[in-house]
Design a protein. Sequence first.
Length: 115
Amino acid sequence: QVQLVESGGGLVQPGGSLRLSCAASGSISSIYGMQWYRQAPGKQRELVAGITSVGITNYVDSVKGRFTISGDNTKNTVYLQMNSLKPEDTAVYYCRFIHSGVMYWGQGTQVTVSS
């Protein structure tokens, strides 16, 4: 069993920054493979960023150059550094992890970008 807890969301002005965290607990050996998704009101959930089992990162085009995903295996935590935030980044952000064939989701953290 794996539990994922996101934190770090909030209200920020356009151009601002936030850092989201996703802390994993349970019987896991590595946080690599974790992904960040987001869901804006009225829209489908979309993949934002991921970090593969060998540490390769990938991003949706709309956040490339602004968001950075990273991980700390000693803390079982994955981060999403979000810079130059735009109103269209407003969404609930979720982390997802597939472990031993089971998909886990966190509860989500709200990010609102508004002046």
